[in-house]
Write a protein that binds this ligand. Structure first.
Ligand SMILES: Nc1nc2c(ncn2[C@@H]2O[C@H](COP(=O)(O)OP(=O)(O)OP(=O)(O)O)[C@@H](O)[C@H]2O)c(=O)[nH]1
Ligand SMILES: [Zn+2]
Length: 256
């Protein structure tokens, strides 16, 4: 293995480091202090033999610069995704897969970003005269992308979210942001529907809230029962929409 190959590598496995250790001492990093979990370390030096096995698994080499990160307990790191690839019979070192662990880690961070979002922050109300509005406000065709908690498989479709304000309104985009916030977590469609409705009720105190979600579940289409194109419809009606039949009929008509 020559220097160029190593300098172009973005990740070195434990096996690579044994090779690297002997002929290329100028690239071996010195670890004298154990870093706090998640802290990056950069440097050049010697004595990789002091590194623990886990530490060696997290050494990175990029354009001649060696960096190391230790995984936080909650992190599913590159080595974990490589293990997953091996477990399905793949070679994580083959050309098409070398960047896959990092790519997949970024993708999952995006798909699960909702755990870091706070509905209260999203649902900031504003006073601009619209607070006198006392009819239903309905946003339809809000895209839903989520993952079922049973199989980690995608389910996706559209949501309709409406409310009957009582002195507080929010920016229309915030209804879409609220859907995204709960959809970007592991879900069942029923809970997703209720969480959106409950959150609106809690933070806006409107007279009524209605949420309807229509989704296709990949866990039901690509495997299992294997029926393509079925749509699951769930709804949550709170406040006046639960008790007032005329109000409910109006919401359903607007939602169509
Ligand atoms: N209620 C509900 N069920 C869901 C949702 N997403 C997936 N499921 C179902 O979760 C169930 C899990 O059932 P299990 O019997 O534990 O798992 P399984 O053997 O993989 O089930 P099959 O999919 O029928 O093969 C399946 O019936 C899925 O269709 C959802 O959003 N809501
Ligand atoms: Zn599923």
């Amino acid at each position: 293995m020559d220097v160029d190959v190593l300098q172009n590598a973005s990740f070195l496995s434990r096996r690579d480091w044994r090779i690297l250790h002997i002929p290329l001492p100028q690239l071996i990093i010195c670890v004298t202090l154990l870093p706090a979990p998640g802290d990056p370390i950069t440097g050049m030096g010697a004595d990789v033999s002091k590194c623990s096995v886990d530490t060696l698994d997290n050494l990175h080499l990029n354009k001649g610069k060696v960096t190391m990160t230790t995984p936080r307990d909650s992190e599913f790191g590159v080595a974990d995704w490589q293990r997953l690839l091996r477990s399905i019979g793949e070679d994580p070192e083959r050309q098409g897969l070398t960047d896959t662990p990092n790519r997949v880690a970024r993708a999952w961070a995006h798909w699960m970003r909702g755990y870091k979002q706070d509905p209260a922050t999203i649902l900031k109300t504003f006073a601009d005269g619209g607070e006198c509005y006392d009819e239903l406000i309905v946003v339809r065709q809000i895209p839903v992308y989520s993952h079922c908690e049973h199989h980690l498989a995608p389910f996706f479709g559209h949501a309709t979210v409406g409310y009957l304000p009582s002195g507080h309104i929010v920016g229309l985009s915030k209804l879409t942001r609220l859907v995204n916030c709960f959809a970007a977590r592991l879900q069942v469609q029923e809970r997703l529907t209720q969480q959106i409705a409950q959150s609106l009720l809690e933070h806006l105190q409107p007279k009524a809230v209605g949420v309807i979600i229509r989704c296709r579940h990949m866990c039901m289409e690509s495997r299992g029962i294997a029926v393509v194109g079925e749509e699951t419809v769930t709804s949550a009606m709170l406040g006046d929409l639960k008790t007032n039949a005329a109000q409910r009929a109006e919401f359903l008509a607007l939602a169509e």
